[in-house]
Design a protein around this ligand. Structure first.
Ligand code: THU
Length: 136
């Protein structure tokens, strides 16, 4: 089901606010994320870096990991917010991570520092993807 303008308003506000929760002393590149579950809950995340650089985690994976361990498996939309323009899109590792829990039409809304956004579906972000169905 399509995301309503009311839901998108909350989703974007929470993703943008989540940037402030980032732990990014090395890159200083804040990323906030918010997921809307099909049950109507909003779950946020932000990037968490590490002194051993590759160990750091992106905002999207923090948000999806948080949602999944809270018992959510069905998701309606994701918003990702950074301070750059044009807005950043999820990295390759995050695209695969998100793919695990979403279908091809799942919308990813990407926000820049001014609150402008673009939207791409998961199929656009990760075409011909490998997913759980391949292991059945
Ligand atoms: N980052 C994210 O949180 N999400 C992305 O999709 C791209 C990159 C983070 C990782 C790192 O903390 C910082 O942005 C700079 O790469």
């Amino acid at each position: 089901m399509a995301v309503t303008s009311q839901e998108l308003e909350v989703l974007s506000t929470k993703a943008i606010a989540a940037k402030a929760t980032a732990y990014c002393p090395y890159s200083k590149f804040q990323v906030g994320a918010c997921i809307l579950t099909t049950s109507g809950e909003f779950i946020t995340g932000a990037n968490v870096e590490n002194a051993a650089y590759p160990v750091g985690t992106c905002a999207e994976r923090v948000a999806f990991g948080t949602a999944v361990v809270a018992g959510h498996k069905d998701f309606k939309a994701l918003a990702v917010a950074t301070n750059i323009s044009p807005p950043a899109s999820p990295c390759g590792m995050c695209r695969q991570f998100i793919r695990e829990f979403t279908g091809p039409d799942f919308p990813v809304f990407m926000y820049d520092g001014e609150g402008n956004h673009k939207m791409m579906t998961m199929d656009e972000l990760l075409p011909d993807s490998f997913g759980p169905d391949q292991l059945k």
